[in-house]
Ligand binder design. Structure first.
Ligand SMILES: NC(=O)c1ccc[n+]([C@@H]2O[C@H](COP(=O)([O-])OP(=O)(O)OC[C@H]3O[C@@H](n4cnc5c(N)ncnc54)[C@H](O)[C@@H]3O)[C@@H](O)[C@H]2O)c1
Length: 247
């Protein structure tokens, strides 16, 4: 029986990299995203690799919609083995100019979204006897970002929240479910590109491996945490940044 992974924000970028790596390991995929044309394109790409793929249009910050999506996934596939909480977005506003609405939106899309999908998916994973959850934090959770970053304190706060949530839920959901967080440095995607366009050459000089990351780099790490057997890893956060010392 093929396993099933939900990948939020799977239409493009890092999410598409995660979905591709999981498909190559033999998993079927449920993509949750707001970008319909990109979702359709990614679905076709993944199907060409041999997977069954269903797409669910949803804003991940919407708790009730998360419940509907998870119910839809169970109706379609009958199981949830892996949840990748990847959807997220930056916020360039500093503390003195940010509005309350903008702050709330950053926390909702990056952090509450993880709660929304874990809350609805975990009961099915527990009933199924096991599961893996991987949530996308950021190097910013550790570094705080920099003044020129596309993502400032509200993003760093949300991403640091994911690390705390991951540690606490590893205790609550273990030993049946393993849950970990990933902290990417600069990855070449639509989101990452807005930062690299401005500071690309300077950034690359400060990365030990001499290049920016790719969605495939992150996808392979997510896939490892989602599928490795036997598994003795939970409650951790993994920095994947080529060792970047200029943040
Ligand atoms: N690219 C980087 O350098 C980098 C670094 C560290 C962490 N991250 C994190 O990795 C994750 C993926 O980023 P990316 O670079 O691939 O970004 P991206 O913008 O290329 O892709 C993000 C995907 O998430 C979807 N999404 C965004 N908000 C959503 C919402 N409210 N509901 C449903 N879907 C939504 C988008 O439609 C898009 O398909 C994010 O959580 C981001 O914060 C990225």
């Amino acid at each position: 029986m093929r396993k099933l992974a939900i990948v939020t924000g799977g239409a493009r970028g890092i999410g598409r990299g995660c979905a591709t790596a999981l498909v190559k390991k033999g998993l079927d995929i449920a993509i949750v995203d707001m970008l319909s044309p990109e979702m359709a394109r990614t679905k076709a790409e993944l199907e060409a690799l041999g997977a069954r793929v269903e797409v669910f249009e949803a804003d991940v910050s919407d708790f009730a919609r998360a419940g509907e999506v998870v119910a839809g996934v169970m109706a379609a596939f009958g199981r949830i083995d892996v949840l990748v909480n990847n959807a997220g977005r930056g916020n360039p506003a500093g503390i003195l100019e940010i509005t309350e609405e903008s702050y709330d939106r950053t926390i909702a899309v990056n952090l509450k979204s993880c709660f929304n999908y874990i809350h609805h998916a975990a009961p099915h994973m527990l009933a199924g006897g096991g599961g893996r959850i991987v949530s996308m934090s950021s190097l910013n959770a550790h570094s705080g970002g920099v003044t020129s970053a596309v993502s400032k304190f509200s993003y760093a706060a949300a991403k640091a929240g994911i690390i705390g949530m991951t540690r606490a839920l590893a205790k609550e959901l273990g030993p049946t479910i393993a849950i970990n967080a990933i902290c990417p440095g600069v990855i070449e995607t639509e989101l990452g590109n807005s930062l690299t366009k401005a500071r690309g050459p300077e950034l690359m000089k400060g990365i030990a491996l001499g290049r920016l990351g790719t969605p495939q780099d992150v996808g392979e790490l997510v896939c490892f945490l989602a599928t490795v057997e036997p598994n003795f890893i939970t409650g951790q956060n993994f920095i994947i940044d080529g060792f970047q010392w200029v943040c």
